[in-house]
Design a protein around this ligand. Structure first.
Ligand code: PPS
Length: 568
């Protein structure tokens, strides 16, 4: 029978006095401002969640992890934990040097003694770790479009843990959880990993899993980073708290895990199991399509839905944690009860609501039945996900100079203002360059900064329930995708490709810029001496050739209506 060894796990922190001293000394070191994902990784490195790693992986450990899920000394470790940095920073640092790692406010959290610096083969990392070099996978997209080009590795000296102001009482380090289990006399505990709100099926499943394993239950949701577009963790935690009452008193605990998920399916499930072992758990629930990222660019699932269970089953002994495999629970109408899908009485009516269907009902303000979820959970979800017609959104026009973006955007703005209900802001290319980006030129780097600024402002507007209309050229696919992700975290993103052909734009030449560009007097001019990567998956394509502006704006209005964003 599996019982936990609840002795403390090694952490990477130095004593309080040494930390104070180190902090002073570290002021003179080159310092790296950690990204949100790196802060999550660092926290788990320092508090033992990633035991036995002692820092960001060296090149040899990284290679082993990528190629065969083992670090150089043979330890099972399926997901790379590396410090990606910019080329400019990498040029300033050499192996043998110490660097200070700071959070986003500039607080020094740790010192990294750099032992390795290398340029990774990202395509290979994507293929081996995530199964495909396909940008539809969020971690692959992160790897190519967010992560820096150079990796640094080396041991960490922990100075202090990252500060969290939210849900402090619900966050536990591995040693805090171990101490809690010791204090409660819990020697068999099963963890439930989740990045979604809990509904009745999950409650039923976790309750059964705990019963089967004769164990206490730890609801261990991820609050670091999850899949772009997930319900935000503030809402989720309020939902988890509401569900806690549904379990028998003092059998169940809720603790938040500041992990940055990669959505790596089977490898990620294995990683989750190791992390749970480090938190003092004896059992771990692995469900259907654990940590699955959804569909690939061909519309197929990235992973076999049961590959995660197979991989964890193969390694559970080595990790020292027992897998409890998730039987999908479905509601049987005649019995008014949940059943594992393989135990449903013959001939009965099975009811289920998929995640997509739930989101549709929330979006459209439709009924969510009591058999599906708890009233408090539905109420929380409705509070943060009002129907689409009351949410913020962004209409993002992209197209060549002179394609008609600004004209349609202006017409759209006044039509939306005429309808009323939500504040409307127009972030036109030229206007932004005057007020937000006046120091920028038209190099690739500057265009990217410009578009990201627009994306940031639009995401804030969207988050706060307004309508942002953007109309820059935005010539690069990767940057448009980054903006889409920033915005989709808060509301809808409608990309409108104003696909007026270059010949027509040049014929119009409303600002006389094409002529100057042809004469070489304006450099890096989009469509002439600089690329325009046309969108392949825009929500709407309009061509202004021979069309009047009003008609084009009307097409956008119809699109918004069909998406439920405005009411007829
Ligand atoms: S970008 O690429 O999205 O950052 O461009 P954007 O901010 O939309 O700015 C485009 C406007 O700047 C004028 N302009 C140029 N455009 C493209 N390439 C070069 N080199 C250039 N130099 C100046 C041009 O008037 C664009 O406005 P629109 O409304 O698109 O015609």
């Amino acid at each position: 029978m599996t019982l936990s060894n609840l002795a403390p796990i090694p952490e990477l922190y130095v004593s309080h006095e040494s930390a104070q001293k180190l902090k002073h000394e570290a002021g003179n070191l080159p310092s790296w401002d950690l990204t949100p994902r790196q802060i999550c990784d660092l926290e788990l490195l320092m508090n033992g969640g990633f035991y036995p790693l002692k820092g960001f992986q060296s090149e040899a450990d990284y290679n082993g992890t990528v190629e065969n899920m083992r670090t150089a000394d043979g330890t099972l470790w399926p997901i790379p934990v590396t410090l990606d940095v910019s080329q400019a920073f990498a040029d300033k640092v050499e192996p043998g040097q110490d660097i200070a790692l700071r959070d986003q406010e500039g607080v020094i959290l740790a010192i990294l003694s750099v032992s390795d610096k290398w340029v990774p083969n990202k395509a290979n990392e994507a293929e081996k770790v995530f199964g495909a070099d396909d940008l539809a996978h969020p971690a692959v997209n992160y790897l190519h479009n967010v992560a820096g080009p150079v990796y640094l590795g080396g041991p960490i000296t922990g100075i202090q843990q990252p500060t969290h102001y939210d849900f402090r009482a619900r966050r536990d380090t591995p040693n805090e959880l171990r101490a809690f289990f010791r204090k409660m006399g819990w020697r068999r505990v099963v963890a439930f990993q989740t990045r979604n709100p809990l509904h009745r099926a999950h409650q039923e499943l976790t309750f059964r899993a705990a019963k089967e394993a004769e164990a206490n239950l730890l609801i261990h949701p991820v609050v670091g980073m999850t899949k772009p577009g997930d319900v935000d963790h503030f809402t989720r935690v309020r939902c988890y708290e509401a569900v806690l009452d549904q379990y028998p008193a003092s059998t169940t605990h809720l603790s938040l895990l500041n992990l940055a998920m990669r959505m790596g399916g089977p490898r990620e499930a294995l990683w989750h199991a190791i992390i749970r072992k480090n938190h003092g758990l004896t059992h771990f629930i692995v469900g259907r399509d654990h940590a699955g990222p959804g569909k690939n660019s061909q519309g197929k699932d990235f992973y076999d839905p049961y590959a995660a269970q197979t991989l964890v089953a193969e390694h559970q002994k080595e990790i020292g944690i027992e897998m409890v495999d998730f039987k999908q629970m479905v509601y049987v109408q005649e019995k008014a009860q949940y059943y594992p899908v393989d135990e449903v009485p013959e001939g009965s009516t099975v009811l289920d609501i998929s995640g997509t269907e739930l989101r549709r009902r929330l979006r459209e303000g439709l009924e969510i039945p009591d058999w599906f979820s708890f009233p408090q959970v539905v109420q929380e979800l409705r509070r943060t996900s009002p129907p689409r017609s009351r949410q913020g959104f962004t209409v993002f026009f992209t197209g060549l100079s002179g394609s008609g973006k600004s004209t349609i955007a202006n017409a759209l703005m006044v039509k939306l203002m005429e309808m009323g209900g939500r504040p409307v802001t127009l972030l036109d290319g030229d206007v932004v360059r005057k007020h937000l980006s006046s120091e920028l030129g038209f190099s690739k780097e500057h265009r990217d900064i410009n578009i990201r600024r627009i994306g940031y402002v639009a995401s804030e507007i969207t988050k706060n329930g307004g309508i942002a209309i953007c109309a820059p050229i935005a010539p690069y696919t990767a940057t448009r995708r980054a903006v889409r992700e920033m915005i989709e975290a808060f509301g809808a993103f409608i990309e409108v490709h104003v696909a007026t052909p270059i010949e027509e734009c040049e014929r119009r030449d409303r600002k006389g810029l094409y002529k100057l560009a042809r004469e070489g007097k304006i450099k890096e001019f989009t469509g002439i001496s600089d690329p325009y990567e046309a969108p392949t998956n825009a929500e709407l394509v309009v061509n202004t050739e021979g069309m009047d502006v009003d008609y084009c704006a009307q097409q956008v209005i119809l699109k918004l209506e069909s998406m439920g964003l405005i009411k007829a």
